[in-house]
Write a protein that binds this ligand. Sequence first.
Ligand SMILES: C[S@@+](CC[C@H](N)C(=O)[O-])C[C@H]1O[C@@H](n2cnc3c(N)ncnc32)[C@H](O)[C@@H]1O
Length: 230
Amino acid sequence: MNDSREKPVRSAAIMLDDGMASAINRNQMIRRTYENPPMDELMGIYAAWADDYDSDLIDGHGYKAPEDAVSSFVELGLAKNVRILDVGCGTGIVGLLLRAAGFTQIDGGDLSAEMRAVADGHNVYNQLFQLDMTADYKIAFEDAYDAVICVGVFGFGPPHVQHLHHIMGAAKPGAPVMVTVNGSGWNVRGWDASFGPHLQKHGITCVRNEPIRHMTKDGIGARLIELRRS
Ligand SMILES: C[S@@+](CC[C@H](N)C(=O)[O-])C[C@H]1O[C@@H](n2cnc3c(N)ncnc32)[C@H](O)[C@@H]1O
């Protein structure tokens, strides 16, 4: 039996916590992203949102997960020329922060062409490419990255916890994979119950699981998890 059958995801009538209600009141784009929409609808949302996404999230919601995740990434002490993949790179907020921290070899992957187009305008990514996080990333073993970072994508889904193991194929064995998970999504989607078994099933080790800031104006935090493939 696969993970998705073990852990069905509710697509409607989710219970709102206070942070989610606050976020939804501020921004109607966010509502559907919290309701497990089909992938084509989710991509339609990001296509329409791409140009306003940065100002909506940073100014409107106090989006701080990129800053906190990149700050922890910098503390890993990796060489500045390591090859990094920013998964679900969106408009490039994380790439900009990594470049400002001195990293020079950053690629970005995202399913949305419109979000990638905004990221491309920053000139911080060596390559930007289409990637679907709900399936095998199709990155050859010899092309795997020295480090992977993914901010603001997981929590409500898609992609869901049962897709998390796909990210490990993008990293060299033992390389750090840093992922943020929306704290409301962690609770609503039941990550407490599904996260550990998923890692165990796929032979993934979690070396960090700590709270960070996420949408500070909504009172929503996030988990910063750091994973290693064996
Ligand atoms: C909330 S944004 C986060 C973007 C960026 N990392 C940030 O912190 O601003 C979520 C991003 O995940 C992308 N995304 C959603 N589902 C995806 C999937 N299945 N495969 C790849 N990217 C996906 C969306 O296109 C969007 O750019």
